[in-house]
Design a protein around this ligand. Sequence first.
Ligand code: CS2
Length: 496
Amino acid sequence: MTELNASTLSQLPPQLAAPTYDRGRLKRGIAHFGVGNFHRAHQAYYIDRCLALPGQQDWGIVGIGLSAGERGRHKAAQFRAQDCLYSLTIAPPHGESRVRVIGAQLDYLLAPEQPEQVLALLASPELRIVTLTITEGGYHVDPHTRAFRTDHPDVAHDLAGEGAPRTVFGFVAEALARRRAAGLKPFTVVSCDNLRHNGEVARAAFVGFARARDAGLGDWVEANVAFPNSLVDRITPAVTAADARRLNAASGLHDRVPLVAEEFTQWVIEDRFSDGRPALEQVGVQISDEVKLWEQVKVRVLNAGHLTLAYPSLLLGLREVAEAMRDEHVPVLLERFLGRDVLPLLQAPRGVDLQDYKDTVLERFRNEATHDQLTRIASDSASKVPVYLVATFKQMLAGGADRRIPAFLLAAWSRVLQGSDDNGEAFKVSEPHLRASSRQQLAHAAASEALRIAPLRASGVAGDAAFAAAFDRYRRALERDGTRATLQALLEETSG
Ligand code: CS2
C-alpha cells in the first residue's frame, strides 16, 4: 500500500490519475467552508481539472473547518497527514471504477484554533472566491421573509464582536470589512448547497449579518459582492471504515479519507463573479442563466425522490439505495410520485425533457457500486423536507391533487424519526435541526396538530382536512399493519 502525501505523488501506481500541475506554484484563490465528502467529490474535482489547464493556477482551494470538537480536529489531522491529498473513486453504474487523486485542496484551517490565519487568508488579494456547503439549515434565513435570524447564540456572539468569530458569517463579514478598508475588491460568495435560489439565500444571510453588524458594511456588501446561484449534483455516499478499507484495497493507497462518488456530475452556475473565476466551462461546468429552473428540477425530482425512497425503505429493513431500487414496491411508489405528482408541476430548462431527466435519476439510484446509505439521505430531514417537498405539496393542494402519496410519505417520515424498522432493528438518522418536541408531535399528536411542525409550515398541509385525514390513516396503518402492507395497499388504491 502506498502512503498518500506530497512526497509520494510522483510514485503513485500508474493506473491512478494524479495531479499533473505543480501544487507548490498554485495560488490560494478559493476558500471553502464545510469540507465534507460532497465538496471533495464535486467542486474540488472540477477545480482539480481546471488547475491542470494552462493559465489556471490561481484557483487552489483552502478548506476551513468551523468546529474544533473531537471530530473536527480528527478530520483536520487526517487531511494534514496527507498534505490534503485524497483519492476519489468514480463509480460508473456498470463496469470498472477509476481512481483519481485530487490535489486541489492545498491546506486546511481549523477556524476556532487559527482564526487570524483564516481572516488573513480571506482578506488577502489572491483570495477571490468563497464557496460554501454549510447545509440547507445553515443559513439562518427565514424562508418566508428572507430575513437573517440573529437569535442563534453563535451569531449573536459574532454580532457582539467580542473575540474571534465563530460562524461563517462572522468570518466573512470581518474579512470583507478588512478588504473594504484596504481598498480591495470583495470576493464572490458561491453557495453550493441544495437550496432553491441558493445565491439569493446566501445574499440574504451575508448582507443581513453585515448590516446587523454595521449598516455601512451591509450596504457595501449588497452593492459589491456577487452571490451567483448554482446547482450542484453528484451522489456522494458517506464512507464507513469498512468502505474505506474496500476503497483502499482497490486503489492500493493507504488513504485516511478516501471517497467514492457516482460518475454523473453536474454544476450549473450563473456568470456573476466579483473578481474573476476559473475557466469552469472548460471542465464541463454549465454557465447558465437558467440556474433557478435547474435547481427546482433537481431538488424536486432527485432529492425529493431520495426521500421518497428512503422513508419506506428504512422501515422495511433496507439500508442502501440500490437495494431499495430492487424492492418490489418502493420503485413503483417512486415512479408514481415523481411521474404523476411532481413532473407536471415543473418547468423544464431549455432542451431538457423532464421524463428523461427523471429516468436518468432513477438509473443513478440503481448504481450498486456507490453503496449509498438510506440513513444518509433520511438524516436532517427537517432541513430537507422544506426544500425538497414543501413546494410540491403546496402546489398539489392548490391544484386539488390526490393527497395520498404525500400523506403516506410524511407518515413514514414520522416513523423513521423513531429510529427503528418493522423488524425492530435500530438505525441512526440524525436531526440536528428538529426539536425533540416536534418529533413527538409528528409521531403522536392529532393529525392536524402533528402536521403543524415548523418544517411543514409553509406547505399548508395541517389546514387541509383531506391531507390530515390521509396522514392519520397511514400513520395508524404503518403502526398496525406494518410498512409492506400499508405500501402495497397505497399502491393498489392509487393505481390506474
Ligand atoms: C441527498 C443528496 O441527502 C440528500 O439530501 O439527496 O445528498 C444528494 O445525494 C445530492 O444532492 C446529489 O447531488
